[in-house]
Write a new protein. Sequence first.
Length: 100
Amino acid sequence: MSGGWADSTRRDELPPGWYTVIRPYVLHRDEYRCRWREGRVVCGHHANQVDHIVPGNDHRYENLQALCAHHHAVKSSREGNAARWAVRTQRPPERHPGII
């Protein structure tokens, strides 16, 4: 398998207790309901995934939310596309006019 989680080390960065304490706590706290918001409307479908609200390694409970698989994929895709776009839009450094 290539791409996605196959070659990722992201799971290695998760804190001890992620699967046994943290993830179950967040799902229970959010009542297994997707917290995805579109304006003032919350999805509310069954959630089985835990998402970092602000991407990175901040694993505090207040930075975690339950999401359904669909909205977690949407959010991850948007974040990945934004990161790729940021790299593409960087202007390459100009060569010094004295360098041949």
